[in-house]
Each structure stands twice: as structure tokens, then as C-alpha cells.
Ligand binder design. Structure first.
Ligand code: NCD
Length: 314
């Protein structure tokens, strides 16, 4: 079959075409089924990956690591620059080049916008962006799309609400790129005024003919919503932007409770890339519409599929 993504670095969700997503989704399902039946999924035998994270992570680092190992590859997981020679003054470029000497793929999370793209130019192995500053998180967007499709069976005609920190939320930015490739009905952008989706993504939605509405009040769009995609307020980005004094206020702007969901459709799904802080109460977890733990599990198999595609094992 072969994959167009073979040997490619992934820095933006904008690089994926609908046919790449189709291929990724069918491979994801196949890997998951084979794994459930106890069959071998060791497509990455003799492949080595480096998971290099300069920011905290629970899901992304672990799912990439487990994905690599479950497919028979090996992995070097480095989370936290204090364990790297960068703590001794080594420059980023040398760190990247060093890992490229050992590995077949580099999965990178970094606080600077564009870091993955820069890293890809420094080495000759594929670099997968696992979050670059407040720009993008493309593999999260792929697993989000997979989840939407699995839960609701379609993209066409969906009413999607993106909620919370749309300014700094890199998962939302990447998701906008992927949603814009399908005939969704409407995207509602619900955020505090100071956390609006950046112009570049609004412009992209407009150029792709996606109908979108910005608002501050969730109640305006909740009853029509099919997918409620909530996000955490990205506290760590507030200081650099000089708006840390506004954090406590915006953090309380939207809190999803069982009461909130009374106004929502019975078959709506609630998604969240996690970590959640206070924006969805734990009582919501018992509602069958809460899809976030299913979303997390999908991430493992979607990342297996993406690794196999990038490493040319499809
Ligand atoms: C997100 C991230 O790191 O951008 N988490 C994730 O990878 N699932 C969201 C966040 O940190 O709020």
C-alpha cells in the first residue's frame, strides 16, 4: 500500500490530507483489532524512537512510548531538560542532531512555536511535533478526528463547539486545520474575549468555507452542538503574554457540570485533550456523553498508526 507520509516530518495538521486520515484511521482500527485478538502488531521491529519533551506530559509522551514498544520498537523517553546535556549548556541543535544519530524517529515537544519544524531541518530523520509552544499539536488533532468519527460516524453536517482557551490551545489550532477539510455544518468558537482564536486560524476557516461564529456565552450554541471540545486555560503561556493577572478570572469562565449538560443533545459528545484542571467536574465522567477517556485510549492506536506510516511500515 505505502504511505505518502513515509519519511515525512509532521509539524502541522495542515500537512494531512483526507486520504492520509482515511489510511491512518483504517490502520488504527486494524491495529486495535489485532491487539484485542492477541495477534502480533510488531510492525516496528528494529526501529528506534526518541521521545524528547521539554514540557510536561502525561498522555502524549506515554502513548508514543507505548505505541513504539507495543509495535516491537524501542524507545528513549526523555521528559524534562534537566536530564539532558542542555542543562550543561548544550544547544538545542546539538541535542537534536545527537538523537538523530541514534534513532529512526524523533517525537518532540517544545515550548517554542515552530520548534519541530526547526528540528526537522537539523536532522535527516522524521520529526513529529508533539506540541510546539502555543502553535500546534497535530497528532492530537488526528486522534480527536478519529474519536469524532468513531463516536458519531461522520464529519458531515456536524455542529462543533470549541471551548476555552482558543488563543493558546495548540490542540484546537491543529483541530481547526483538520475540521476545515470536511463539510462540517458549523464551528462555534466560545472563549473569553482575551482568549479568542488567533486570526490565522479564523482566516483559514473562512478560506475553506467553514461557517464559524465567535461568542463568549456557551448557552448560545450548546443546544445545537454535536461535539463539545473543551480545553484547559494555558496558564503557562500567560506570563510570557503579560496577562497572568487575568488567569484566575478566565479560569472560572466555563465549568461544565451535569447541570450544564441538561441543555445539550442526548447524543452530543464531550471531548477534552486533557489535562483538565477545573473546567469539567468529575461528576460529568459518569455521563455517557463524556468521551474523553475513550479519546485518550484512541490516542494510543492512532499514534501506533502514525508511527507506522511515518516509518514506512505500511
Ligand atoms: C495538551 C497539550 O499539551 O497541548 N495536552 C495534550 O497533549 N493532550 C493540552 C493542554 O496542555 O492543555
Amino acid at each position: 500500500m505505502g504511505s505518502r507520509l513515509s519519511g515525512m516530518s509532521i509539524h502541522s495538521a495542515n500537512q494531512f490530507t483526507p486520504s492520509d486520515l482515511d489510511q491512518c484511521f483504517s490502520l488504527t482500527r486494524e491495529l486495535e483489532n489485532r491487539d484485542a485478538r492477541g495477534e502480533s502488531i510488531d510492525l516496528l521491529r528494529n526501529k528506534r524512537g526518541t521521545v524528547l519533551f521539554y514540557e510536561n506530559s502525561t498522555r502524549t509522551a506515554s502513548s508514543f512510548t507505548m505505541a513504539m514498544q507495543a509495535m516491537g520498537g524501542s524507545v528513549d523517553k526523555i521528559v524534562g531538560v534537566q536530564y539532558s546535556s542542555e542543562a550543561k549548556g548544550e544547544v538545542f541543535a546539538d541535542t537534536v542532531r545527537t538523537h538523530a544519530c541514534y534513532s529512526h524517529v524523533l517525537v518532540l515537544r517544545h515550548p517554542e512555536d515552530g520548534a519541530a519544524e526547526r528540528a526537522a531541518k537539523l536532522c535527516n530523520i522524521p520529526v513529529i511535533n508533539a506540541g510546539d509552544g502555543s502553535r500546534e499539536h497535530p497528532t492530537q488533532a488526528v486522534l480527536d478526528m478519529f474519536t469524532i468519527h468513531r463516536e458519531l460516524g461522520r464529519f458531515d453536517g456536524l455542529n462543533v463547539t470549541l471551548l476555552g482557551d482558543l488563543l493558546f490551545g495548540r490542540t484546537v489550532h491543529a483541530l481547526c486545520y483538520l475540521l476545515s477539510q470536511y463539510p462540517v455544518k458549523q464551528v462555534n468558537l466560545v472563549s473569553p474575549e482575551i482568549l479568542r482564536l488567533p486570526e490565522v486560524y479564523r482566516q483559514h476557516l473562512a478560506e475553506r468555507g467553514v461557517r464559524f461564529h465567535e461568542m463568549t456565552d456557551l448557552a448560545e450554541c450548546l443546544p445545537e452542538t454535536d461535539v463539545l471540545y473543551d480545553t484547559r486555560v494555558q496558564k503557562e503561556r500567560f506570563t510570557k503574554a503579560g496577562i497572568e493577572h487575568l488567569y484566575e478570572e478566565v479560569k472560572k469562565a466555563y465549568i461544565i457540570t451535569p447541570e450544564t449538560l441538561k441543555a445539550a443533545k442526548k447524543d452530543m459528545i464531550v471531548m477534552h485533550p486533557f489535562p483538565r484542571v477545573n473546567e469539567i467536574t468529575m461528576e460529568v465522567d459518569h455521563d455517557p456523553r463524556a468521551a474523553y477517556f475513550r479519546q485518550i485510549r484512541n490516542g494510543l492506536y492512532v499514534r501506533m498508526a502514525l508511527l507506522a506510516m511515518v516509518l514506512g511500515k505500511v
